[in-house]
Structures are given as structure tokens and as C-alpha cells.
Design a protein around this ligand. Structure first.
Ligand SMILES: Nc1nc2c(c(=O)[nH]1)N[C@H]1C(S)=C(S)[C@@H](COP(=O)(O)O)O[C@H]1N2
Ligand SMILES: [Mo]
Length: 178
């Protein structure tokens, strides 16, 4: 009996999704298709510098990070600017590279930065590669996190609530935080 077999049909390529989680009332998992179908798409033609590769030119399309994160209902009082201004976001890529943003950077009442979760890069859909963070106002490329696996949102604790280990606090050892 021949051992030759018809080669199996190639498995369909897997699409990448990411978790939107943290101090949110509606944590969720989102694919690039979800990002494309669920929100208005914005376009950004950007140039960023990389210390190793020099300037990179790309065009991206995708929803505003602010609108996608808002849909998960961060655990702040949306009517109170001071409450919103305490929140941070951490965006992680498939290789573990992660970067931090503040909610105020993207909040329309503060920095109003048009930061995107890309669904398309240079005309090619990112369904298989995964979404990429687009930070048009950055001069450096390090926050253009690719193959996003997680967007985490939470309040930054007040420095006075964080213990300073190994410090002699006599005489106001927390002064460094002020
Ligand atoms: N997941 C992930 N995204 C990443 C990086 C990385 O190491 N991992 N490097 C960043 C840096 S430093 C740059 S300059 C840009 C562009 O990198 P590329 O030119 O290799 O695409 O991707 C950014 N996004
Ligand atoms: Mo870079």
C-alpha cells in the first residue's frame, strides 16, 4: 500500500485577537475584524524614527484607541475629568514588548492624541499579523507596538499608597514622590 497521501489542505491562517482588560466593567476579546466593523476608521500617514533602522514611513487605518477602550467601560466616573486623569493603559505585543500611555493623552479634554489601533498597514489588512498601536505624535517608533495581545487599563495608585520598600521613612522618606 502506498504511503503517498494527498497533502492535507492548508489550515486556514489564524487571526490574532487581543484582550481588553483591567479596571473595566466590560472586559472583552477583540479581533482586527471586530476593530474594523465596530468603529469608524481613521487614517494616519506617519513617519517615525528608529534608533537601529532610521526613519520609517507608513500609512495606517483603524479606530481611535479612545473609542475602543471606552467601549469596555473603564472604572472611572466618565463625567469627572480628575477621575479620568488617574488612569493608565499598557499595550503589549506578541513578543512581550509593552508600553504605557496615560488615558489623558487620548482623552478629548486633555491631549486628544489621535492614537489608533490599526486594522490596515500600508494597504494590507492586519487580521493575521494582529493590530498595531499607532502614535502619530511620537517621534520615535518604540510605542508602535505590533501584534497586540493585550490592552490593559487601570487607575495609577497615588504614590502615597505605594510602600517604598527598604527605605528608612523617618523624616519623610516619601519626599521623592512629591
Ligand atoms: N511587538 C513589538 N512591536 C514593536 C517593537 C518590538 O520590539 N515589538 N519595536 C518597536 C520599535 S523600536 C520600532 S522603531 C517600530 C518599528 O519597527 P520595525 O521597523 O521593525 O517594524 O516597531 C515598534 N513596535
Ligand atoms: Mo525602534
Amino acid at each position: 500500500m502506498s504511503r503517498l497521501r494527498t497533502p492535507p489542505l492548508a489550515a486556514p491562517p489564524r487571526t490574532r485577537s487581543f484582550l481588553l482588560r483591567g479596571e473595566v466593567h466590560r472586559p472583552t476579546t477583540l479581533t482586527v475584524a471586530d476593530l474594523r466593523d465596530g468603529w469608524e476608521q481613521h487614517r494616519a500617514d506617519v513617519v517615525f524614527d528608529c534608533a537601529t533602522n532610521g526613519p520609517q514611513h507608513h500609512s495606517f487605518e483603524g479606530p481611535l484607541l479612545r473609542e475602543v477602550v471606552a467601549s469596555a467601560e473603564p472604572a472611572f466616573d466618565a463625567r469627572r475629568r480628575k477621575d479620568r486623569s488617574r488612569f493608565l493603559l499598557a499595550v503589549t505585543g506578541g513578543d512581550g514588548h509593552h508600553t504605557v500611555l496615560s488615558w489623558a493623552e487620548i482623552d478629548a479634554d486633555f491631549g486628544d492624541a489621535p492614537i489608533l489601533l490599526a486594522t490596515v498597514m500600508d494597504g494590507g489588512a492586519l487580521d493575521i499579523a494582529g493590530s498595531q498601536l499607532v502614535v502619530p505624535s511620537d517621534r520615535c517608533g518604540a510605542r508602535y507596538v505590533s501584534a497586540i495581545t493585550s490592552v490593559w487599563v487601570a487607575a495609577c495608585p497615588a504614590p502615597d499608597d505605594v510602600p517604598a520598600p527598604g527605605r528608612n521613612t523617618e523624616g519623610g522618606g516619601r519626599a521623592e514622590f512629591r
